[in-house]
Design a protein around this ligand. Structure first.
Ligand SMILES: CC(C)(COP(=O)(O)OP(=O)(O)OC[C@H]1O[C@@H](n2cnc3c(N)ncnc32)[C@H](O)[C@@H]1OP(=O)(O)O)[C@@H](O)C(=O)NCCC(=O)NCCS
Length: 169
């Protein structure tokens, strides 16, 4: 299977925060942001694998900054690494200042998607080629994140998580 660069999967979703999407403090509701990130990640996974893709897990979400009503929010998603049938998708969320147009990083998240056939059975995906320094860092750390996710899901014994264990010795 021919490898694809990480940037080939880049997906950028830009949208406003409307009143129906906010919490009582007039900031974007967390579940709405999760849904936007899931959509962007799904498209990135599809662009990479050219397959049907499903969300297998949300590995990490950091709501570092609240996002006020009326903000312009940009979600950027890219495949950071693939394994056999699964893909790690790294998401960066930015908000845009109305006057200067400058973008500030608001949140980030990591999702795992799996490519499946028409019956929902996992199928193999192409490898990823990381090119930039950031893509390489994310690629290198992806295996231990996968192992952590599998251990937490009860799908891998802690003893088998060699890459994860290496962090502590
Ligand atoms: C995701 C799904 C296809 C995995 O199927 P499965 O029968 O468990 O298949 P496998 O055990 O072979 O796992 C497939 C891949 O997913 C990975 N995976 C499964 N659960 C994972 C988790 N919690 N974290 C990270 N990776 C996970 C496996 O490691 C494997 O990766 P690899 O082939 O790259 O090594 C299946 O659980 C599913 O269809 N889930 C529902 C998906 C869905 O509907 N999502 C929307 C939420 S409503």
């Amino acid at each position: 299977m021919n490898p694809r660069t990480a940037s080939e999967s880049l997906t950028i979703l830009t949208d406003l925060v409307l009143p129906s999407e906010t919490n009582p403090l007039n900031n974007l509701f967390g579940g709405e942001l999760l849904a936007r990130m899931d959509r962007a990640a799904s498209i990135a996974a599809r662009r990479h694998s050219r397959r049907i893709t499903v969300t297998a897990s949300v590995n990490h979400v950091a709501f570092n900054r609240s996002i006020p009503l009326g903000s312009v929010v940009t979600v950027e998603a890219k495949v950071s690494r693939t394994f056999k049938t699964s893909m790690e998708i790294y998401l960066d969320v930015w908000i845009e200042d109305r006057e200067s147009g400058n973008k500030t990083k608001a949140n980030e998240a990591i999702y795992t998607f799996v490519a499946v056939d028409e019956s929902g059975r996992p199928v193999e995906v192409a490898p990823v080629i990381p090119e930039t320094e950031l893509e390489k860092q994310r690629y290198d750390a992806a295996l231990r994140r996968k192992q952590l996710s599998l251990v937490l899901a009860g799908k891998m014994k802690p003893d088998e998580a060699t890459e994860l264990k290496a962090l502590f010795v």
